[in-house]
Design a protein around this ligand. Structure first.
Ligand code: SF4
Ligand code: SF4
Length: 366
């Protein structure tokens, strides 16, 4: 009988206890939110035009992006209102390396004790830029690599694979502390994950995160989405590799990204605990035009105010209720689900982008 992610038996009791412990931590954060993870979407400009991009980035930005003085001022207020030494900042885009003041802003973040990382396509990551990132105090460089050359170039543009691989190698050679690869898994590369693993390891990544495509921005093409058999194939691959690496004492880290509840047998086997949606509980995002949301993956209409008008802490304290009380989501498939208490209705970005197909327990069936 095929594996049913919604069905459990006695052998699943340890996993059930573990997911409930994890859910308890989330519920505590719903009562007492604790901002420790901040995204800064520094620009929507991008030198590529990937066909699966959730942000629909272009060479020019359609929005009035925060100036250097504005983001520096926002950082000052954050430093006044929070213990920034506990804060991780993930700088996203667009392509962050196109923002000329990136290094100055990162230096300030690091002066405030924040741990910084960027998410980049790495196609313009020269030795000089990698050194500037290191000098600015970079922690992690997360590089998007969507597989061997053919599936990568198919969505990211001809010639981009070679540039990204070169950028990854450069980051590792110059000595960026952590080089992480991120792969968008889709029908065209789900069968080639072993090849991708080899590639990212050979080119200096010490960890590898697999994500799936959201039906946002340019990700609305059904050819990019995984069917149930492909979802199982991806999760089986991650599970097998994590087990094998642990048995071999190999510290290379493979994991599935954050998102909705995957079922008790999947949680903790394809990612460590805390893999579920923490948007608005410990995570906030400053979008490129200063709007504040719980996560940059959410539709922009879910932004709750602007740092041009209010302090981040005011928006966090006064406008984030709907991210913390998720009872509004207990409808449809979730209404009678036995996993509601641990899942709380799935990953927010998936729930909002694809309301008819956001449940990962359901997405593994069939
Ligand atoms: S909204 Fe989605 S991407 Fe953001 S934290 Fe939640 S699951 Fe992760
Ligand atoms: S039906 Fe809803 S609550 Fe149940 S597992 Fe799926 S997303 Fe979570």
């Amino acid at each position: 009988m095929p594996y049913d992610p919604g069905r459990v038996g006695f052998r699943d009791i340890p996993q059930i206890i573990a997911v409930h412990q994890d859910a308890y931590r989330r519920r505590q954060l719903m009562e007492e939110p604790d901002l420790t993870y901040l995204f800064w979407e520094c620009t929507l400009r991008c030198n590529l035009r990937c066909t699966h991009c959730g942000s629909s980035c272009e060479a020019t930005t359609p929005l009035d992006e925060l100036t250097t003085a504005e983001i520096m001022g926002v950082l000052d207020t954050i430093h006044e209102d929070y213990d920034t030494t506990r804060m991780v900042v993930a700088i996203t885009g667009g392509e962050p390396l196109l923002r000329p003041d990136l290094y100055d802003v990162m230096r300030k973040m690091n002066r405030f004790g924040m741990t910084t990382g960027i998410v980049t396509n790495a196609t313009v990551l020269t030795r000089e830029r990698a050194q500037k990132l290191i000098d600015a105090g970079i922690g992690t460089t997360s590089i998007s690599l969507d597989g061997p050359e053919e599936p990568h170039d198919l969505v990211r543009g001809k010639g981009s694979f070679a540039k990204t691989v070169a950028g990854m190698r450069t980051a590792a050679e110059v000595g960026v502390p952590v080089v992480e690869a991120i792969t968008c898994v889709r029908a065209a590369n789900v069968h080639r994950l072993a090849e991708v693993e080899r590639l990212v390891r050979e080119n200096g990544a010490s960890s590898w995160r697999l994500i799936t495509i959201d039906r946002m921005g340019r990700g609305g093409n059904p050819e990019l989405w995984l069917g149930p058999a492909q979802v199982r194939e991806m999760l089986d691959f991650i599970e097998d590799r994590r087990r094998a690496l642990a048995q071999a004492g190999d510290r290379f880290d493979i994991r599935y990204s954050c998102g909705g509840f995957l079922g008790v047998r999947r949680e903790f086997t394809v990612r460590p605990g805390d893999g579920q949606c923490f948007a608005g509980l410990c995570i906030a995002s400053i979008l490129c035009d200063g709007q504040v949301s719980a996560c940059p993956s959410l539709p922009r209409s879910w932004a709750q105010g602007s740092v041009r008008e209010k302090r981040l802490s005011t928006i966090w304290n006064e406008r984030f209720e709907q991210f913390r009380d998720r009872s509004w989501g207990k409808t449809g498939v979730c209404e009678r689900c036995i996993w509601w208490g641990v899942c709380l209705g799935g990953g927010l970005h998936e729930r909002l982008a694809q309301p008819d197909e956001f449940c990962w327990v359901e997405r593994q069936r069939g």
